[in-house]
Design a protein around this ligand. Structure first.
Ligand code: F6R
Length: 582
């Protein structure tokens, strides 16, 4: 959560920082702020709302001339989204921006208050600033190191000191932070996307590393020791982070799905053996959060059909459970960002228990990609819309490929070839999605039902709808509805039935009839034509590919419903793209 960026160099830092913040806005967007520093003074400007609100405020302010600054876009964790709580925070000579959570902030705040420090905000960030201020006696690096020994939690900080107008400091503990390297200029940022307009060269930072950044040099320290960190080059292009003419990133990202699936097919269809062999494990645990967890539920069904014992679990539960590992267990961590705090904790638990871990991730340089035994990249390129679409689909696709490794299945290979084209046709049926959106947009409650993978897909369709359109929606295993929830069905309640699995199709249809007889209005999504008035027929393909031709339709329905309701599609309220706090 939250995005941070810092700059030191010859350019106008305001331009660099604002541009960077706009690229980071997907990480949090309830307030933002900037701090600029020159030889004489430090100037802090903050605003509630979007980066454009901050930009407007800056335009109407007399800005100091400077060559360094730090900036932040916030997703509130401690304290309301208001100007006082917005970053940067300044205590004494220390001004900083923060990404993450200081877990012992309350305790530290009390101790520092007893020492006479007065706090303005409700944030944990101000406590970090106060602590560094408390330890500062002329040597910033020393003060940061002392503070980091006391601060608990996951955080990354970008820091400026009143006494120095040519040096920017940073520290990374768990939360993502990298250095950007330019010609006579340096950056810090929580996401390389924020600086790709400026440079493609970057340096990864490890846990607990302190950075001293000047215009023409940078130093990375682990405790007393300076360490060498290699300069890497990103292959991501600026184009990847633009909208390609679509109104929203979400639409652009859904439209990329056929090309991305095609790329994966080309990469793996004749090289399945380059994927890890999951069949050598007796037990598999699949762990993720939100949509990644729902992708994992589909993976569970795929792998169980291969005779492997599979458990799938939400990372925030898995990390605290007394998990029993067999002597031969593989733990698969699914995460678009590779930085989700709970999924990282689940991975570390498995690593500490000496289990093999496999990352199914999008971001190659992410913590999960780096710390797992094996990695399979989903290669979805940058996903900016907060609601995942293409990354989810590629996660499911990778799970499908993993389940098919080592099998000779002509039908699967045949269907693979058709898949991108069929997906393209499916996405183009916008007339249908808009018609469904017209019916959904005034509903208060919507239900999705299905069995097995149809249920897992229902969960994803329902999440997508509620998260971007704010319509309350729930997904149920079709057979479960009558054990309580059916009492919510009223005249006209829309119930989606996902019916693609021939083996249990009749059962789901019976359950659909049960709700219809209580007044529900059915929307049938299946492979076989039905007698329902509102039906959407998807091509029947190999069962391990079927979700690829169902979930994008549900994504589209959610998109057009949210659009009709005038919602902020790319940045739904209260959410952030990368959940780097517990
Ligand atoms: C929903 C959504 C979230 C993420 C979840 C995990 O549209 O995007 O549910 O799937 O926060 O994020 P990653 O995959 O980055 O670990």
């Amino acid at each position: 959560m939250c995005g941070i960026i810092g700059y030191i160099g010859d350019k106008n830092p305001v331009d660099v920082l604002i541009k960077g913040l706009k690229n980071l806005e997907y990480r949090g967007y309830d307030s933002a702020g900037i701090a600029l520093k020159n030889e004489e003074e430090i100037q802090i400007i903050k605003s509630v709302g979007k980066i454009s609100d901050l930009e407007e405020k800056i335009k109407n302010t007399n800005i100091i001339s400077s060559h360094m600054g730090i900036a932040h876009t916030r997703w509130a964790t401690h304290g309301k989204p208001n100007e006082i709580n917005a970053h940067p925070h300044k205590v004494g000579k220390i001004t900083l921006v923060h990404n993450g959570i200081i877990e012992n902030a309350e305790e530290l705040k009390r101790e520092l208050q007893e020492k006479g420090i007065v706090f303005q905000s409700d944030t944990d960030t101000e406590v970090a600033a106060a602590l560094i201020h408390f330890y500062y006696q002329g040597n910033m690096k020393e003060a940061i190191e002392k503070a980091s020994k006391v601060l608990k939690g996951s955080y990354a900080l970008g820091i400026i000191c009143d006494d120095e107008s040519d040096t920017l400091y940073a520290i990374r503990k768990e939360s993502p932070l990298i250095i950007g390297v330019g010609e006579n200029e340096h950056f810090i940022t929580s996401d390389i996307g924020a600086i790709l307009n400026e440079t493609k060269k970057y340096v990864l930072l490890g846990k607990d590393e302190v950075v001293v950044l000047k215009k023409d040099e940078f130093h990375v320290y682990q405790g007393e020791n300076e360490i060498h960190r290699e300069i890497l080059e990103s292959s991501a292009s600026e184009e990847e982070i633009s909208k390609h003419g679509y109104e929203h990133y979400m639409m652009k990202e859904m439209m990329e799905e056929p090309v991305l699936i095609n790329q994966m097919i080309e990469k793996y269809q004749n090289h399945m053996e380059s994927l890890p062999d999951i069949k050598k494990y007796k037990t598999i645990h699949i762990v993720g959060c939100g949509s990644a967890y729902y992708a994992g539920m589909i993976g569970k069904n795929f792998f169980e059909e291969e005779g492997i014992k599979v458990e799938v679990e939400i990372a925030s539960e898995y990390r605290y459970r007394n998990v029993i590992y067999d002597e031969n267990t593989l733990v698969i961590l699914i995460s678009q960002s590779g930085e989700t705090a709970d999924t990282i904790a689940a991975m570390r638990k498995a690593n500490e228990n000496h289990q093999d871990t496999l990352a199914i991730v999008n971001v190659e340089s992410s913590t999960i990609a780096r710390e797992c035994t094996y990695q399979v990249l989903i290669e979805a390129n940058k996903e900016i819309a907060v609601a995942t679409t293409k990354a989810y689909l590629l996660q499911v696709f990778v799970l499908s490929l993993l389940s098919m490794r080592g099998k000779q299945d002509e039908k699967y290979l045949e269907d693979l070839h058709q898949l991108p084209q069929q997906l393209k046709v499916l996405l183009d049926k916008t007339g249908y999605y808009k018609r469904i959106a017209d019916q959904l947009c005034n509903q208060e409650h919507v239900f999705f039902i299905g069995r097995k993978n149809d249920y897992a897909m229902s969960l994803e369709g329902s999440l997508k709808l509620k998260e971007i359109s704010y319509i309350h929606s729930e997904a149920y295993p079709a057979g479960e509805l009558k054990h309580g929830t059916i009492s919510l069905i009223e005249e006209g309640t829309i119930v989606f039935a996902i019916v693609t699995d021939d083996t249990i199709q009749d059962k789901t249809i019976s359950n659909l009839e049960e709700v219809i007889s209580r007044g529900a209005k059915p929307i049938y999504i299946g492979c076989n034509a039905s007698s329902y008035e509102e039906q959407f027929i998807v091509p029947k393909v190999h069962s391990r590919l079927q979700p690829i031709l169902v979930v994008p339709a549900l994504q589209m329905i959610a998109y057009f419903t949210a659009q009709k309701r005038g919602c902020n599609i790319d940045q739904p309220k209260n959410l952030a793209k990368s959940v780097t706090v517990e």
